[in-house]
Design a protein around this ligand. Sequence first.
Ligand SMILES: [Zn+2]
Length: 111
Amino acid sequence: MTRSRKSSGKATAKQNQQSIAQMQGVINELVNAVTNDMGRLNGIMYALLKDLDKLKEDNCPHCGQVLFEPQLDLLPPSTHCPSCGEALNTDEQKTIDDFVNWDEGKSSEEE
Ligand SMILES: [Zn+2]
């Protein structure tokens, strides 16, 4: 009999395993739902940017992965490949002003 366990109110090992299996099922469903939604949103964003001619297709110079870079004024370009993590050479080179401002900001802080 499981009389002592019932009276203690603690779940049995089998009940714990069932609960864990249920949670794993819920988590799997959730991950699948999020993955499906992300895939759908990615498809919509791709189609929208492509339609607006605001999508630059390029290959990572390091791993060759095809990269889709949105060409939007308010979105800074990616600095690293999402596939291999290597630094990307963006078309927009840093200007001398960027370095001067960076240097000035640092030195003014130190003073
Ligand atoms: Zn890469």
